[in-house]
Design a protein around this ligand. Structure first.
Ligand code: 5GP
Ligand code: MN
Length: 342
């Protein structure tokens, strides 16, 4: 935060506050938003969380979930009223307003003071206050550190701790990714001290599968996984029909891409899913290959160096063809043993 004293002053008196986060919120997006919302409510503020879209059922246990306003669920007018009357709008876990679709322009035009808290690469310059670090594993980690910095940790209760812990646990891939720093464990430890039941959070998020979802994963692994050995790349291509036949719901495809990345020797994994209105892509990598750059350059996306996403307006087959063709240009990065002969 550029000016912590000014920020402390801003939130020093009760305000009308909106917190928003990215499209199809994940555990960090929703957990950091609801965790911060609960904290600000304890401070005496009036707070509403607005998400651009719905989110997976395995996140609905979070305290405050019942009061979340889902913008594209016929809540456009309500959201506008809330944004118009907000004195502060917090933007959590996304770095550019395009990540929140239509809501982005409404936030941009708002007269409220804007506060960005995020850990993605290349933030857009729209906020009045910014707590931004790509060193942070999760936005939830940044939220906890900020709470501590303003001397508010005494207000952190079990509910807040569990929301924030969920964000840290998932964005570190259960403390497996290279972003699992000393501070990640330090913050997690403090959250446990505040009452976070880590086994409960883990179970609610990872062990609440439907039979359909488990069968879908089995189907995707056996029928939809392609390996491109030459590029040390593995990807899933999932059609709309595939999703329909397994009654797929929001969140059912989350984590699938990690199976592709877990294959020995694979450095780049992708999940290409036909969502009807667009083809959505998730990218993951191990090591130096930057999927953020790949997504940003070719698929109007972005994210982190080793985890990013993007979108394609072409159909599934054309998107797959484009993806495979693009790999040729990354051959030496993905497979340094192969030298292209020119
Ligand atoms: P996931 O593949 O789990 O949806 O997303 C991986 C990371 O990339 C997350 O940090 C997410 O916020 C980011 N991301 C996913 N899709 C997009 C996108 O379309 N645009 C941008 N800028 N970031 C994305
Ligand atoms: Mn995050």
């Amino acid at each position: 935060m550029q000016n912590i004293a000014a920020f402390k002053q801003l939130i020093g008196t009760p305000r009308d506050i909106v917190i928003t986060t990215h499209t199809k919120p994940d555990a960090d997006a929703l957990g950091s938003s609801l965790g911060l919302a609960l904290f600000l409510k304890h401070m005496g503020h009036r707070v509403t969380v607005i998400t651009p879209t719905d989110y997976p059922k395995f996140l609905t246990w979070m305290k405050g979930n019942d009061e979340v306003v889902i913008y594209n669920d016929n809540n456009e007018a309500k959201s506008q009223t809330l944004i118009d009357s907000a004195e502060i709008v917090f933007c959590l876990d996304f770095s550019s307003l395009s990540r929140i679709d239509d809501l982005g322009e409404r936030v941009r035009e708002a007269t409220a003071v804007k506060v960005l808290i995020d850990h993605h690469l290349a933030p857009e310059d729209f906020a009045d206050f910014m707590r931004w670090s790509t060193e942070a594993a999760a936005t939830a980690e940044l939220v906890y550190d900020l709470i501590e910095e303003i001397g508010g940790e005494y207000l952190v209760d079990k509910d807040i701790a569990e929301c924030l812990y969920a964000g840290i646990m998932t964005d570190t891939g259960c403390f497996k990714h290279p972003n699992t720093t000393e501070n990640v464990f330090a913050v997690s430890s403090k959250l446990i001290r505040k009452g976070a039941d880590t086994a409960k959070v883990s179970k609610l998020i990872y062990d609440s599968n439907t039979v359909d979802r488990i069968k879908f994963i089995g189907f995707a692994l056996s029928e939809r996984l392609q390996i491109l050995e030459e590029y040390n790349t593995a990807f899933f291509a999932i059609s709309e029909e595939d999703l329909k036949s397994f009654h797929s719901r929001t969140g059912d495809t989350e984590g699938l891409v990690n199976y592709a990345l877990s294959i020995e020797g694979i450095k780049f994994a992708a999940m290409i899913i036909d969502r009807g209105e667009a083809v959505k892509m998730s990218f993951r990598s191990i090591g130096e290959f930057s999927v953020n750059e790949f997504a940003r350059t070719h698929f109007q996306g972005g994210g982190h160096k080793n985890a990013a996403g993007g979108i394609s307006r072409e159909n599934l087959q054309l998107t797959i063809a484009k993806f495979e063709k693009l790999l040729v240009g990354y051959k030496e990065q993905l497979n340094p043993k192969l030298k292209t002969l020119v």
